[in-house]
Design a protein around this ligand. Structure first.
Ligand code: RI2
Length: 314
């Protein structure tokens, strides 16, 4: 992906906002990389001015999309390097470390999650998640004969990306419209989806439509698992914050003729929340945890952050 180095922050912000760069993991890595590249362009200023510029850049990137917590988590991880004697060096190291460990986490999730897939199973997936695809690909590459049903995932149709990727791997792939999920559920053995955020009480925030699919899986007692790297856990939910659900441009849905423009309202929420009771397992790079274990993951990975109740700062 080419960026103008002088505008790397606004450029990355815009690409995330318009979804040229998308997917919870990818936007985290793109932001980490943007902070690294930006830090390299800053010359001849003292540490405190450097710090100020980097914090501002982090805020610009964080404002690109509100829901996937991978974005602020990646940025906070990189910017934690500002509290050292050599902030630039540590920003670069942290960015490289985040990008590397995030990519490795996807592979580990693939290995762990594939153990939950049995030979001959049909998997249903929604949207386009690298982590969920990693599970599916690993199961296929280990010789299991699997079939995958992908939803279109209106309005942005990310399911087409998933279908192409899986078909390119030689996996038996079927694409269905979102409203056909319940019709096909009788053929499904497991649902595997990605994650934009996991809350401290074990709920999953993911692409709009995920919660309906989870409910249908629950109805038929079909396991529903989500793939979530540990940086997808939302630390602020532990102090009572809720996850903002992004409402995207209504033109992503459709455009009515002029005479209906004032008569028909359109709404375009991009994510929904799946209650923890519909989730059988959260596949992380450190193992499968039950939704009830989310609190412990947040405590383990984000416990060092100073949580100041009331100020909302950590
Ligand atoms: P990975 C996507 O959001 C989907 O909701 C997907 O499940 C999630 O990010 C996780 O994706 P969007 O950016 O990090 O398409 O597993 O709105 O790739």
């Amino acid at each position: 992906m080419k960026h103008n180095k002088n505008n790397i922050i606004t450029d990355t912000h815009n690409k995330i906002k318009n979804m040229e760069i998308r997917g919870a993991g990818r936007i985290g890595r793109a932001s980490a990389n943007a902070l690294k590249e930006y830090s390299l362009t800053i010359q001849n200023i003292n540490n405190s001015e450097f710090k100020e510029k980097m914090i501002k850049a982090g805020e610009v990137l964080k404002s690109a999309r509100p829901t996937a917590v991978s974005l602020p988590n990646a940025i906070n991880y990189v910017l934690s390097g500002l509290n050292s004697k050599n902030p630039k060096k540590n920003i670069i190291l942290n960015a490289e470390e985040f990008i590397k460990s995030s990519s490795e986490a996807t592979l580990k999730i693939g290995k762990i999650g594939a153990n939950r897939i049995k030979d001959g199973w049909t998997i249903l997936t929604h949207c386009n998640s690298e982590a969920a695809i990693s599970i599916i690909k690993t199961a296929h590459n280990s010789g299991k004969n699997i079939k995958v049903i992908c939803t279109e995932t209106r309005p942005r149709n990310q399911g087409y990306l998933t279908a192409r990727t899986l078909a390119d791997e030689g996996i038996d792939t079927t694409l269905i419209v979102d409203s056909a999920v319940r019709y096909h559920m009788k053929e499904v053995d497991i649902v595997v989806v990605g994650s934009d955020a996991i809350t401290s009480n074990g709920c999953l925030v993911n692409k709009i439509g995920t919660s309906q699919i989870a409910l249908m899986a629950y109805e038929r007692k079909i396991p529903f698992i989500t793939a979530a790297e540990t940086y997808k856990f939302h630390s602020k939910t532990i102090i009572g914050e809720t996850v903002e659900i992004e409402e995207r441009d209504i033109n992503e849905i459709c455009e009515f003729e002029e005479k209906y423009k004032d008569k028909i309202k359109l709404r375009n929420p991009a994510f929904d929340i799946t209650p923890s009771q519909y989730i059988d397992g959260i596949i992380t790079e450190i193992g499968i945890i039950p939704p009830q274990g989310a609190w412990h993951i947040i405590e383990k990975y984000f416990g060092n952050f100073k949580i100041t109740c009331g100020s909302g700062k950590y």
